[in-house]
Design a protein around this ligand. Structure first.
Ligand SMILES: Cc1cc2nc3c(=O)[nH]c(=O)nc-3n(C[C@H](O)[C@H](O)[C@H](O)COP(=O)(O)OP(=O)(O)OC[C@H]3O[C@@H](n4cnc5c(N)ncnc54)[C@H](O)[C@@H]3O)c2cc1C
Length: 460
């Protein structure tokens, strides 16, 4: 519990009007997209790195937790104040400071919403590729803290591939710059990469230097229907073997397809066992050629139907199937736990087959969709919390799933992070000296465990 005197000190640091501590004002900051809830003692809206530094010095003196918060769209509970304390929101860090068209970089404050940055750079013919499905609601700082991925990762990579340098406040209050503003730079340890994906446990990111690329001239969207998962995944491999790297290769299994068809009426032939949404981008001639070769490859791999967009409106229509995958599966059960596991791309059929067996074992549906191009599948464990057995089984289903994924050479989280929801399973993938080293890194940055305690590692 933060004392009244300390609250007054905090208010002095951020200035009047930039702190809230009345219970009715705190509810919005007690939740994120997990729908779990923990009340903080107070929320502050700092305006610059110096204020954050003073807050963290005070937190070390008084020993209260500080939880960085971007837009609160996280789905592993990273921004939740599980131990109370102070939520530090980055809403006022909302400026795009520079778009440098000659050096292909941008400087941006961490509270900027990602879609806004994308729109601004696209106005001058540049492109910031990382595109989590939450792009319209998540912040650059949250994307960096989670190393957000997205649909275009198969061709363009993930957030870490675009971060050149950071300005951060360390948990002990020092303000430092990491990295460089050039493509090359190898001086000292790579603190930038260490902080990207650290889930707000090592530093508060205040501003960022990001790499940009030229905006692709055009794009083409295609939808291909397959009789089964094996032929769809075979098509993905064949496309890549043909030296084409689409910007998007999204997959949906039969359960997801059936939900979308029933919920939205989207026309998908009933015999379809798997679906691929593919997008290519680049110069017009290349895009046309690649689209043609992709159609031939899908047909040769067993596709029963194929549609290609002839313009933006048509592309939008094709995207509807994929966009509705997540909401429409709520018709199966009222509750869901969504995991974002990754396996080597060629092993996706084995994973989807396993999900069917897992669902049968526990008597629940487990639809899956996701990024076939990079092997990252969103596995949805559907259950009814009013059915005792289903609710009790969820933990066992998750454990069976993670065990299988790790045995297949995969990982338990491709982009959503560990936070609190996956912390109990962390040592299934990382243990022994590797885990010890990570905990020692955390302690070196944050000796009093002030910044986002309880995240990733549980209680230290
Ligand atoms: C509908 C939906 C779709 C999604 N799709 C995707 C997807 O395709 N790919 C994907 O990767 N994720 C996806 N997500 C998850 C989520 O949007 C991302 O993890 C996103 O990066 C979180 O950003 P945020 O600003 O909302 O962060 P928050 O939820 O506010 O915080 C997330 C974590 O980042 C830390 N943090 C936030 N800002 C800072 C900062 N400035 N400095 C230090 N730490 C900070 C917090 O402490 C917390 O640990 C999706 C979420 C939803 C709800």
């Amino acid at each position: 519990m933060i004392s009244e005197t300390v609250l007054q000190e905090l208010s002095r640091i951020v200035g009047p009007g930039h702190m809230k501590s009345l219970p009715e004002d705190l509810t919005d900051y007690s939740k994120d997209a997990t729908k779990l809830q923990f009340m903080p003692d107070a929320v502050v809206f700092p305006g610059n790195a110096e204020e954050i530094s003073q807050i963290l010095v005070l937190a070390n003196r008084e020993r209260f937790p500080v939880i960085p918060r971007g837009a609160g769209s996280g789905i592993s509970g990273g921004a939740l104040p599980t131990k109370g304390g102070l939520v530090l929101t980055m809403d006022r860090f909302d400026r795009i400071l520079a778009i440098d068209q000659d050096n292909l970089i941008t400087r941006v404050e961490s509270g900027v919403i990602t879609a806004r940055l994308q729109e601004e750079v696209e106005k001058v013919g540049l492109f910031y590729p990382p595109d989590p499905a939450s792009v319209k609601i998540s912040s650059i700082g949250g994307n960096i803290a989670e190393c957000a991925g997205g649909l275009r990762a198969v061709k363009y990579g993930v957030t870490r591939d675009y971060v050149l340098g950071l300005t951060v406040v360390l948990p002990t209050g020092e303000i430092i710059q990491t990295g460089v503003e050039t493509v090359k730079g190898v001086v000292g340890y790579d603190l930038t990469r260490l902080i990207v994906g650290s889930e707000g446990t090592l530093a508060v990111v205040t501003s960022v230097i990001l790499r940009l690329v030229p905006k692709p001239a055009t794009q083409r969207t295609m939808l291909s229907f397959f009789p089964d998962v094996l032929s769809a995944v075979q098509a993905v491999s064949n496309i890549i073997r043909n030296r084409i790297v689409p910007s998007v290769m999204e997959f949906m299994d039969k359960l997801s397809i059936d939900c979308v068809r029933e919920e939205t009426g989207f026309p998908i032939p009933h015999e379809t066992g798997a679906l691929l949404l593919i997008e290519v981008d680049g110069h017009e001639n290349m895009v046309s050629q690649e689209a043609k070769r992709i159609q031939d490859t899908c047909t040769r791999s067993g596709a029963t139907h194929f549609q290609a967009s002839s313009g933006e409106e048509e592309a939008e229509r094709l995207w509807e199937a994929r966009r509705n995958a997540s909401p429409s599966m709520m018709r199966l059960r009222p509750n869901k736990v969504s995991e974002d596991v990754v396996v080597p791309r060629t092993r996706l059929p084995e994973l989807v087959l396993f999900l069917g067996q897992l669902g049968e074992k526990y008597g629940i549906p487990i639809p899956a969709f996701g990024h076939a191009g990079d092997g990252n599948l969103h596995v949805n464990i559907m259950y009814d919390e009013n059915v005792r057995q289903e609710k009790e089984n969820v933990g066992a289903v998750v454990k069976d799933l993670f065990r299988k994924v790790i045995n297949m050479g995969g990982t338990i989280s491709g982009e959503h992070g560990i936070g609190i929801t996956k912390a109990p399973y962390l040592d299934m993938e990382i243990s022994g000296p590797s885990l010890d080293l990570m905990v020692r890194v955390k302690k070196a940055f944050d000796p009093n465990n002030i910044l986002n305690p309880g995240k990733i590692f549980g209680d230290l």
